[in-house]
Ligand binder design. Structure first.
Ligand code: ZN
Length: 88
């Protein structure tokens, strides 16, 4: 077995293109993450607007939220529109 065969890594000069490709792929993914996060923010704002409309339009049926036992605040949720009310 020659010296070259024992080396599992190719010479550095051969990696230049691969490194460039990996950086390109990474940049594309990071751009996609940025765009996705911006889209999530827009969707969350849409949900906030819908919740505001629901709060005024729903004929609420409030129920105590038993899942908040370790919290000082009293919480209720509407069985119809699922909006939460928090009393501080
Ligand atoms: Zn409601």
């Amino acid at each position: 077995m020659s010296q070259i065969d024992k080396n599992p890594h190719p010479p550095i000069s051969n990696n230049v293109q691969e490194v460039s490709d990996l950086l390109q792929e990474k940049n594309t993914i990071e751009t996609n993450i940025f765009k996705s996060e911006a889209k999530i923010q827009v969707l969350k704002e849409q949900i906030k607007k819908i919740n505001k409309k629901l709060f005024h339009k729903c004929n609420h049926k409030w129920k105590y939220d038993n899942g908040c036992a370790f919290d000082d605040h009293t919480k209720y949720f509407c069985e119809i529109c699922e909006i939460c009310l928090i009393f501080l």
